[in-house]
Design a binder for this molecule. Structure first.
Ligand SMILES: NC(=O)c1ccc[n+]([C@@H]2O[C@H](COP(=O)([O-])OP(=O)(O)OC[C@H]3O[C@@H](n4cnc5c(N)ncnc54)[C@H](O)[C@@H]3O)[C@@H](O)[C@H]2O)c1
Length: 367
């Protein structure tokens, strides 16, 4: 039986090196080529990582490549994913799946018609910290989860990303950029979302890039940069969520879950590791839990490896297209709710909770 699947990357920008590095950790994935609209970017990454530089058309026509990793900007995600599917290849793409439910649903429809798979970042919920948190919930350590918080609050990206413009256009903003980490993590912990109520605002009309390259470039902000609301889960749990690029500093944890028998502080879902803290009545204070699962360091590419292994084993992959479309609908629902005066918006595209990774199974599944 083949033990690995050949893959290529389209989009050789800032995040691509994490994939070149991460994919090396997993035997199921064999990264052989890369392409970019900018041929110099593809050539530089190819040289650095000992893979072939190709044009996008050449990569899509290569019969040996079965999975294409789409690392283009959000505004191109759906279009490039459709091109990949049209070429008869499976896709793993960076978040978000698409800029709207309508666009995302078209990608899923094409994949189903072609009998191909779509897998979508973030894959951080497969890491050590999130899987440990899930095991604690599944094993009953906090009883029935009732409520909690999910907070991503920061000043924005123009102080570290030289091409920050796309973050302030449709498909960007704190929700479409960071929301998928939180929504994937919460669905992994609690199951799917049933309804959303939210309000969105914009703190600044313009932003100025302060990186050495593009220093002083002014960007018009076209999207909300502060989202606040509540997610009502099918389980009954209610999570209060804020995603903001308008906050200079704060002291909230990334995710906290409050259950009938205790509380859990879940690590930053934009990382793979811990710490995970648990409080149970009778204890004096929080205790830090040992991490039960491997992959605590940056392992971006785990989702691609799980997709490749799932294809080889004829099983569902965890970073599923349904989960990604669900996340897009939840994010879009914040804006819909805000426009309608905070009405409760029902989520129509549900998804199965991804299968948990067992610590014993993991090495044989992925590495
Ligand atoms: N930068 C990060 O730290 C980071 C972290 C996690 C996720 N992401 C996500 O990764 C994706 C890419 O982000 P980035 O920071 O690497 O962006 P980037 O602007 O640095 O790179 C994007 C690359 O894609 C190429 N590209 C754009 N459209 C294309 C097309 N149609 N065909 C071929 N190539 C095309 C561009 O030429 C560019 O080289 C985004 O969805 C982002 O949300 C980024």
């Amino acid at each position: 039986m083949t033990s690995s699947i050949k893959a290529g990357i389209i989009g050789c920008g800032a995040i691509s090196q994490a994939y070149f590095n991460g994919c090396k950790l997993f035997r199921a994935i064999d990264l052989v080529a890369c392409a970019d609209l900018n041929p110099d970017a593809a050539r530089a990454k190819a040289e650095q990582n000992n893979v072939r530089a190709m044009s996008v058309d050449e990569l899509l026509a290569d019969p040996d490549i079965q999975i294409v990793i789409n690392l283009t900007v959000p505004q191109a995600h759906a279009k490039v994913s459709m091109q990949i599917l049209q070429a008869g290849k499976h896709v793993h793409l960076e978040k978000p799946l698409a800029m709207s439910v309508e666009e995302g649903a078209a990608v899923l429809k094409l994949a189903n018609e072609r009998n191909l798979r779509v897998s979508c970042a973030p894959d951080t919920f497969l890491g050590s910290g999130q899987q440990t948190s899930r095991k604690l919930i599944d094993d009953g350590y906090i009883g029935k989860p009732l409520s909690g918080t999910a907070m991503m609050l920061g000043p924005g990206v123009e102080n570290w990303h030289q091409s920050a413009e796309f973050y302030y256009k449709k498909g960007g903003g704190p929700m479409f950029d960071m929301g998928p980490y939180y929504i994937n993590a919460l669905v992994n912990l609690l199951g799917p979302v049933q309804a959303v109520t939210g309000i969105c605002t914009k703190g600044y009309a313009q932003r100025t890039i302060t990186t050495a390259v593009n220093f002083g470039k002014v960007i018009d902000v076209d999207v909300p940069t502060h989202y606040s609301g509540n997610l009502v889960f099918s389980s009954g749990a209610i999570i209060t969520m804020m995603q903001s690029f308008d906050v200079r500093r704060h002291k909230h944890s990334s995710i906290e879950i409050y259950g009938t028998e205790g509380s859990l502080v879940v690590p930053d879902p934009n990382t793979f590791g811990g710490p995970v803290s648990l409080y149970r009545p009778g204890n004096e204070d929080w205790s830090q839990c040992a991490l039960t699962h491997p992959y605590k360091d940056n392992s971006r590419g785990m989702g691609v490896a799980d997709l490749a292994q799932a294809i080889l084993e004829h099983r569902p992959h965890r970073c599923s297209a349904e989960l990604a479309l669900h996340a897009v609908e939840v994010m879009e629902a914040f804006e819909k709710s805000s426009e309608s005066g905070c009405a409760l918006v029902t989520i129509h595209h549900s998804c199965p909770r991804p299968a948990a990774l067992s610590p014993r199974q993991l090495p044989s599944i992925l590495s």
